[in-house]
Design a protein around this ligand. Structure first.
Ligand SMILES: [Zn+2]
Length: 282
């Protein structure tokens, strides 16, 4: 009894230390343990593809999630190392075997118009721009997701989406690229032809515009190059952002391409390859 009286302070302190240690051990064990499902996942110094790579994980490596931010996980790996990985690569099942820089990217695809806003019309007035922008964006989405990228669409059906909400989706998701799909229209039928790659902010988007444009090759209509375009969805956009006008909907020659799945697939493939080349330098 004397011992307790004399040493109660030390005993309380010791119990407090033991309790703290116990909680720490419990939290470490409780951390979500995951196993890398694919090879080559980059560990970066921050939650984005723009941060440096500090390690590359093998397939089947154990990682413990310690923090979540902007769809990225801060993980503990190799016992005591910490770094950031794209959450969709750690969680993915079977789409790809090996991660690439493209698969680490978050890409917002924006099919122009939708809902009550049909966009421009074909010569016979029966075909809406909104239908073909969605068809094309979905093909691009499929190619990108097949290569492991994280794709977000501003719309997946025929619904109204405000012009302001579209770039906001890119900002909110810290997108590494935003691409808006449209078709041109000229004042009178069969006047214009070709496709144009528009950007607005040179510092964030010119490199992306040039890279994508270089990869749009062998298409049946003319490449009219890279231009500055004052469009709200790329002007009010904080992320690398483009607007592609992929042909004139009221020109017979262009419309033949626009409605053809072969053209849509080729554009989707070229855009995907362009994005892959762009992210390869990250
Ligand atoms: Zn349009």
């Amino acid at each position: 009894m004397n011992y307790l009286k004399q040493h109660w302070q030390q005993i309380v302190i010791s119990l407090a230390i033991l309790l703290t240690l116990g909680i720490a051990v419990f939290q470490t064990v409780r951390q979500d343990r995951l196993t890398t499902p694919i090879a080559n996942i980059n560990v970066r110094t921050g939650p984005n593809i723009n941060y440096q790579t500090k390690a590359i994980l093998k397939k089947g490596q154990a990682v413990y999630i310690v923090q979540k931010k902007d769809n990225w996980y801060k993980v503990r790996y190799n016992d005591h190392q910490f770094g950031w990985v794209a959450s969709w690569l750690i969680n993915q099942s079977g789409k790809i075997q090996t991660a690439t820089n493209l698969s680490e990217a978050t890409i917002v695809l924006d099919p122009g118009h939708g809902g009550s806003d049909s966009g421009a019309l074909s010569i016979d007035q029966k075909h809406d721009e909104k239908t073909y922008t969605l068809q094309l964006a979905k093909k691009v989405r499929n190619q990108l997701t097949a290569r492991g990228a994280h794709v977000i669409m501003t719309r997946t059906g025929d619904q109204d989406v405000s012009l302001g909400a579209r770039p906001e989706l890119a900002t909110d998701n810290h997108a590494d690229a935003f691409i808006s799909f449209h078709y041109d229209s000229s004042p009178s039928n069969n006047l214009g032809s070709g496709f144009t790659t528009y950007y607005y902010h040179a510092n964030t988007s010119l490199k992306l515009a040039r890279t994508i444009n270089q990869h749009l090759v062998g298409l049946p209509i003319e490449n009219k190059g890279v231009e500055v375009g004052n469009f709200e969805v790329i002007r009010d956009n904080l992320r690398p952002a483009l607007l592609l006008e992929m042909g004139y909907i009221n020109t017979d020659k262009d419309f033949k391409a626009i409605e053809s799945p072969a053209y849509q697939n080729k554009v989707a493939k070229d855009v995907t390859n362009g994005l892959s080349a762009y992210f390869e330098t990250k």
